[in-house]
Design a binder for this molecule. Structure first.
Ligand SMILES: [Zn+2]
Length: 291
């Protein structure tokens, strides 16, 4: 696929002086010399980026997901855990209006509805959007920055989403305007400051410069939040559920094939196949409220 690349200034400070971090898949990942924000530059321009998310994003070999729905169980366990972890911050007041940005197959929406919340999803992918509409879910295929609603949302979730969004300042400002007075925003995003990134370097799974166009740290997230009327009330390291197949895939991805073979044998001997594990993958779990 041919991509049209465009040069962008730093989304955090607006300046245009960077130092190289690494190159991957022909893209340069750079760090702003002024504020330290890490992003892909030049990157795929906005229109083409949007079209990537609109068509076959969840069944794709070059980017996105090869088979998003094949890992349905794991994904649901992740969403369950993340909603539970933010539970103490959610106001009891009913009704709870919830918005899931990048809702994909609607697994998180289903969990929200099961809690009795009125859930709305945003999803650009045509196939996912149509599927959700057909089963009666409230879903919009607008980008976050163009989405309007008469409601204010008590819970807004962006699970593995903000690293994909161009115009990140506008996105934070939009989130602020959609959030109810006592509402919360829950985010999970790869952590550039994580030990996994430091240890694995260029091989870190989260360096996907076609679609992960920026890499947040605790510091940059705080800066984006604060300049858009939000504050971080909780921040912690975060991972995801994996089954043995997932772990073996990851070991092979990192070229630890020898380790993968030993691991597979051990699992067979210990009869641990088909078990779930929660693994810290180097992401950040963040809860935000109005300032
Ligand atoms: Zn900067």
């Amino acid at each position: 696929m041919n991509f049209t690349l465009k040069h962008y200034c730093c989304s955090l400070c607006g300046k245009d002086e960077t130092k190289p971090v690494l190159t991957k898949q022909g893209f340069s990942i750079v760090q702003c010399r002024h504020c330290g924000f890490v992003y892909v530059n030049p990157r795929i321009e906005n229109e083409q980026l949007a079209s990537i998310y609109r068509h076959n994003y969840f069944k794709n070999k070059d980017y996105g997901y090869a088979g998003y729905e094949q890992e349905k169980k794991l994904r649901i366990k992740n969403f369950e855990r993340w909603l539970k972890d933010a539970g103490n911050y959610i106001a009891e007041k009913k009704p709870v209006y919830a918005l899931d940005v990048g809702c994909a197959a609607g697994y998180c929406l289903a969990l929200m509805k099961a809690k009795g919340w009125e859930a709305t999803g945003l999803e650009l992918d045509e196939e996912m959007y149509t599927g959700l509409k057909q089963i009666g879910y409230e879903v919009s295929k607008l980008m976050l920055e163009n989405f309007e609603s008469g409601k204010k949302f008590s819970v807004i979730t962006l699970f593995d989403v903000i690293e994909h969004i161009p115009g990140i300042s506008k996105a934070f400002s939009k989130l602020n305007s959609l959030l109810a007075d006592d509402g919360i925003i829950i985010m999970v995003t790869p952590d550039y400051g994580s030990w996994q990134r430091k240890l694995l370097g260029k091989r870190w799974f989260q360096f996907k410069p076609i679609e992960h166009i920026q890499y947040f740290s605790k510091h940059s997230l705080k800066m984006f939040a604060e300049r858009n009327g939000l504050k971080i009330v909780h921040q912690s390291a975060c991972g995801q559920y994996a089954d043995t197949g997932f772990l073996l895939n990851r070991l092979n991805y990192y070229h630890f094939t020898f380790l993968a073979r030993i691991f597979e044998k051990a699992l067979r001997l210990l009869r641990l196949k088909n078990r779930f594990f929660y693994t810290d993958t180097g992401s950040l779990f963040v809860v935000l409220k109005h300032k």
